[in-house]
Design a protein around this ligand. Structure first.
Ligand SMILES: [Mn+2]
Length: 400
């Protein structure tokens, strides 16, 4: 039995203002080829399919097309993440099940597995959607002892339900899907609201006893155990993920043997951080290699050169973030001191304070001109003469 584990597609998400729909489409193309070429039996998508509860039309089209193409080659199982609207993503799921696409977004389906059978191995896949503690605790509690409203307690109750089903009549092998932050997992900067709702992490011990656990939520690929993994997001969504390759997990289950292979996701626009002066960045041949990369630039110039971003993007079209030297600030001047100074001196002091450099002669002249204009008082208004209103025009004209 061959499973392909992926998650956190975040369809529709941009990167520092750069549209990523083309890259997301390219990933789906790669995934469809992979599933076909590797004769994958089932694709498991462990949440955060969309980036937002109400996705863009482009994102909806991408998912529709992706599911249609994947389902020609394999069973597709998708669970919802914290970025998805569970109800919207789950639309028409009973109908889609007939087409071998299983959208698991509801609480009442967590102990109803999708059973895969390739003639040799039978595997039950249980998909737990993201569980929001405040809305699911009451439903998952047992009555006399209400559940604590934490990720750990609702997840634990959900996994207990799955175990309850396993104890009854299950297939010989079991795979669990979940979208949550388990202890041992390392976050990046791009999960956004990772610990919303109080406690962020749940104990990974509750995941014991499954042949494979396909996790989503953390965007850096990582293994909590050889068979308990975060596939990570297929695209880089923050600079904290720079330099780390992306992959999907190809999981082969043969009897009681589980083998996991990391299959790289092609990255057409890698992330890099560079630190130098504007002059060096614009002229040094050492930086030529970064033309096609998303760049976070740390400029070392003080003061920051004018139009730095504009000039950088002429050489590096994909500068996504510009960081400048933080100027060490002294104490703020007292009100008495400010009263003694003229306007021009106050403005020059402000410039020096925010960027660590004095105003040059041109800037000084501009400041003086602005101060003189402000002293002269409100600008004279121009009398434009009488203006016809719509009614007058309608009466006068031949309007039908
Ligand atoms: Mn995510």
């Amino acid at each position: 039995m061959r499973l392909l584990h992926t998650s956190d597609w975040h369809l529709g998400r941009s990167f520092h203002g750069f549209d990523r729909v083309d890259a997301q489409r390219a990933f789906l193309d790669h995934l469809v080829d992979l599933v076909r070429d590797e004769r994958v039996d089932a694709v498991l998508v462990a949440g955060d399919v969309y980036d937002r509860a109400i996705p863009s039309l482009e994102a909806v089209e991408l998912l529709e097309d992706g599911l249609a193409r994947l389902s020609r080659h394999a069973t597709v199982i998708v669970s919802s993440g914290n970025h998805d609207s569970a109800r919207r993503l789950g639309f028409a799921s009973p109908l889609l099940e007939r087409a071998n696409v299983h959208l698991r977004t509801r609480l009442d389906g967590i102990d109803r597995p999708i059973t895969l059978d390739d003639g040799r191995d039978r595997v039950d896949v249980y998909a737990i959607p993201f569980l929001e503690p405040f809305t699911t605790a009451a439903h998952l509690g047992s009555g006399e002892s209400p559940l604590e409203r934490s990720h750990a307690s609702v997840l634990s109750a959900a996994v207990d339900r799955v175990r309850g089903h396993r104890a009854g009549a299950g297939a010989p092998r079991a795979v669990l899907m979940a979208h949550a932050w388990f202890t041992g997992g390392v976050a990046s900067d791009s999960e956004v609201d990772i610990s919303v709702g109080g406690i962020g992490q749940a104990s990974a011990a509750m995941l014991d006893g499954f042949d494979y656990v396909a996790l989503g939520h953390l965007h850096t690929p990582q293994a909590l155990d050889d068979h308990v993994r975060y596939s990570g997001s297929p695209l880089h969504y923050s600079f904290s993920e720079a330099g780390r390759a992306k992959h999907s997990c190809l999981v082969e289950i043969t009897g009681d043997r589980v083998r996991v292979t990391e299959v790289p996701v092609p990255t057409e626009r890698p992330l890099h951080e560079v630190r130098d002066s504007l002059e060096a960045l614009l002229t040094s041949s050492a930086y030529e290699q970064f033309r096609g990369s998303f760049l976070r630039v740390h400029l070392t110039d003080v003061p920051v050169p004018q139009q730095a971003m504009h000039r950088l993007r002429e050489r590096f079209p994909f500068v996504a973030d510009l960081q400048t030297v933080r100027v060490e600030r002294g104490d703020a001047p007292s009100v008495d001191t400010l009263h003694r100074l003229g306007e021009l001196d106050v403005c020059r002091m402000f410039l020096r304070d925010v960027r660590g450099a004095d105003a040059d002669p041109w800037e000084t002249a501009q400041l003086q001109q602005a101060i003189d204009l402000a002293r002269r008082g409100p600008l004279a208004t121009v009398d434009a003469g009488p203006v016809a209103c719509d009614d007058d025009e309608a009466d006068a004209g031949d309007v039908g």
